[in-house]
Design a protein around this ligand. Structure first.
Ligand SMILES: C[S@@+](CC[C@H](N)C(=O)[O-])C[C@H]1O[C@@H](n2cnc3c(N)ncnc32)[C@H](O)[C@@H]1O
Length: 300
């Protein structure tokens, strides 16, 4: 039976695709590959792959001799990921719809398992045990998750501020999504920073490692072309718009149709002001830094 709960009620395709495209930028390739212990020729499983941004990066980074497998429970994500891989001529990826707690793979069949922002939504022990089962001896299981306590943002004076009305409507929107998250156990299993490496040990993993990657998203960074700067600003708007469209479909009635339209207008106005700074060549240094924690262990 088709399952589209995540893509229609929790996070849409654009939200995941655009944000991951920025996190897994090509200039972070060597960092990600070395921390996750990934190399050419490996068979790598990405669990809870969503619309597939990370699988496509790995496919490109590691080349034809490697095999990338993406698994997710959401039918729409898998459909989108398959179609996009075909469009991009990426022949070394395959996607399966399936449960992370009951992977549709044989024992000892992959060299490495990775997951990005998935562990917090599933019972941690069962999640890791299933990866241990499908991983070959000497394979590595790496779990990436964002530390909620380490999300840093600057708020320069020249940043176009959200009006009181926009804040009010955004608050209502997030109340609505909090309700949905609760209904579907989203974030119910957030790993304890001490408990997670301990759990790896208790489950029999070796060579347990903890790493962290700080990921800055900086519009004004001089390495970004004008088009890239515009793309970051536009992508933030697209992600918010997608959340608004999803809220409209949920029909919990916290926000009326008029309010949803009003919210989009306010966001567009603020986005246009931000784009104007780019057009004028003015840097205002509004940026965020996300801290991604990586816990990994090796299978005997
Ligand atoms: C926050 S999203 C992350 C998606 C992707 N890893 C990324 O970073 O773009 C969490 C993903 O986990 C998937 N997921 C949650 N529970 C799952 C389960 N039990 N089995 C398979 N996928 C699951 C959701 O469908 C969703 O795509």
């Amino acid at each position: 039976m088709a399952n589209d709960i995540w893509s229609t009620k929790i996070q849409g395709i654009l939200n995941l695709d655009l944000s991951r495209e920025m996190r897994f930028r090509d200039d972070r390739k060597d960092l990600f590959l070395s921390l996750l212990g990934l190399a050419k020729g490996m068979t790598i499983l990405d669990i809870g792959c969503g619309p597939g941004a990370i699988t496509r990066k790995l496919s490109t980074w590691l080349g034809e001799k490697s095999k990338i497998i993406g698994i997710d429970r959401d039918t729409e994500f898998i459909k989108y990921a398959r179609e996009k891989a075909i469009r991009m001529n990426l022949h070394n990826i395959s996607y399966f719809e399936g449960d992370a707690l009951k992977l549709p793979l044989e024992d000892n069949s992959v060299n490495a398992c990775i997951s990005h922002t998935v562990i917090e939504h599933v019972p941690n022990k069962e999640f890791l045990l299933e990866q241990k089962r499908v991983c070959k001896p000497k394979g590595r299981v790496s779990v990436m998750y964002a530390r909620p306590d380490k999300y840093i943002s600057t708020e320069p004076d020249s940043l176009p501020a959200r009006s009181e009305r926009e804040e009010e409507l955004l608050d209502k929107l997030s109340e609505e999504s909090d309700e949905v998250d609760k209904e579907y156990n989203i974030g119910k299993y957030w790993p304890d920073p001490v408990g997670l490496p301990k759990l790896f040990g208790e489950l029999g993993f070796n060579n347990i490692q903890i790493d962290a990657i700080a990921i800055p998203i900086v519009i004004d960074d001089s390495r970004n072309s004008i088009a890239e700067k515009v793309a970051i600003v536009e992508s933030e708007k697209e992600q918010l718009f997608e959340s608004i469209d999803m809220a409209a479909c949920l029909k919990k009635n916290r926000l009326s149709d008029n309010e949803l339209t009003e919210l989009k207008k306010l966001i567009s106005e603020r986005t246009n002001q931000r784009l104007k700074f780019i057009e004028e060549g003015k840097n205002i240094w509004d940026y965020t830094i996300l801290l991604l924690q990586v816990v990994s262990g090796m299978v005997d």
